[in-house]
Design a binder for this molecule. Structure first.
Ligand SMILES: Nc1ncnc2c1ncn2[C@@H]1O[C@H](COP(=O)(O)OP(=O)(O)OP(=O)(O)O)[C@@H](O)[C@H]1O
Length: 334
């Protein structure tokens, strides 16, 4: 369905002395099979949208090759565009037109007759819980409704491959959960292949068969969410003791069990421990036998953030915060 080799996108920014080249995408290879739902995860500015724009023919690659649905993105861009659905980050619905007219117009752009476009549009409105909103202006819809309208526009011509760029950014948790259901149905009910970008870890985890993590324009990992998480060595174990307990003793015991990343914090100790389900009961018995009172214990399975941390030495959340700060300072100095 999608095959890319060595995709590169560079941009030149600034003028005169401040002129510099940004390598937004730096040699991306990817293969996506029919029927897969692939989540493209990475912090702000990692290169997700730029990759998507090259695969959807909106941006010509600086170097590298890609085929989408068997068509070359550079030499057969018209065929690529006709065969895919694309829901951009910004959404497509800013006009004063009525929602239903926008969707039907969009269908006509793809060569559908008005009648077919209206019929198909009404089916999609029903499937995407937009009943009764055909004659409403998009600006008078909620964020979640507008996003579902964007998806209806992307699906009007029945594409088998759908690109979604940060589909739930800016939505409240309920609207996000609702949209996830609709995204899952794209595959289960329509057999579509879905390529979605996101910077939400939970979203990538919940929706994707396979996750690709991009950082600084390069793919740093690509596998199923489970396989990625199993690469991280150990669960995070957090023990809390009563005030005045010898927390250091617990830390030493954890170390003797092979725990890593041990951190003592007040009355708590936190560490990464392999095979925690087998090891922790014995540890608790030993600690209690030596007089410790354990107030609470928490064991957390590795998350995709841990995967990113293991691969890059940074947390995705921190990377996001840093990118946000950088963007703000860019805006201030611009
Ligand atoms: N038209 C452009 N001109 C100059 N730089 C650009 C342009 N488009 C993207 N970039 C830069 O390329 C890098 C990758 O941007 P891109 O939008 O692909 O990231 P992203 O992972 O989609 O981020 P976000 O989650 O914030 O959308 C960033 O440093 C961005 O500032």
């Amino acid at each position: 369905m999608i095959h890319a080799r060595g995709l590169v996108a560079t941009f030149v920014t600034g003028k005169g002395k401040s002129k510099r080249e940004v390598r937004a995408v730096d040699g991306v290879d990817l293969d996506i099979a029919e029927g897969e739902v692939v989540g493209f995860l990475g912090p702000n500015g990692a290169g997700k949208t730029t990759t998507l724009r090259m695969l959807t023919t909106l941006l010509r690659p600086t170097a590298g090759t890609a085929t989408v649905n068997g068509y070359d993105v550079t030499t057969e861009s018209v065929q690529v565009r006709r065969s895919i659905g694309y829901v951009s980050q910004m959404g497509a619905t800013f006009s004063q037109a009525l929602a239903g007219d926008e969707v039907a117009d969009h269908g006509q752009l793809y060569g559908m007759s008005r009648r077919d476009a209206v019929r198909r549009g009404k089916e999609l409105f029903a499937q995407l819980q937009l009943d009764g909103l055909w004659d409403r202006m998009p600006k008078n819809m909620s964020g979640g409704q507008r996003r579902r309208l964007d998806i209806a526009m992307g699906l009007i011509h029945d594409p088998t491959l759908v690109f979604l760029d940060e589909p739930t950014t800016g939505l409240d948790p309920q609207a996000r959960a609702n949209l996830w259901e609709h995204i899952s149905k794209l595959r289960t009910e329509r057999g579509a292949t879905v390529f979605l970008t996101t910077h939400y870890l939970d979203e990538a985890d919940a929706l994707s068969d396979r996750i690709m993590i991009i950082d600084n324009g390069r793919i740093v990992a690509a596998d199923t969410p489970e396989n990625l998480k199993s690469q991280v060595s150990g669960d995070l174990v957090h023990l809390e003791f009563g005030a005045g307990e010898p927390v250091a003793r617990a830390a030493a015991q954890l170390e003797s069990l092979g725990a890593t990343e041990i951190r003592v914090d007040g009355v708590g100790v936190r560490a990464r421990l392999r095979g925690s389900a087998k090891v922790v009961p014995g540890l608790l018995r030993e600690l209690e036998a030596s007089g410790n009172t354990i107030e609470s214990i928490e064991i957390m399975r590795p998350t995709l953030d841990d995967v990113f941390l293991t691969l890059t030495g940074r947390s995705l959340r921190d990377a996001e915060a840093a990118a946000d700060t950088e963007e703000m300072s860019d805006e201030i100095s611009a």
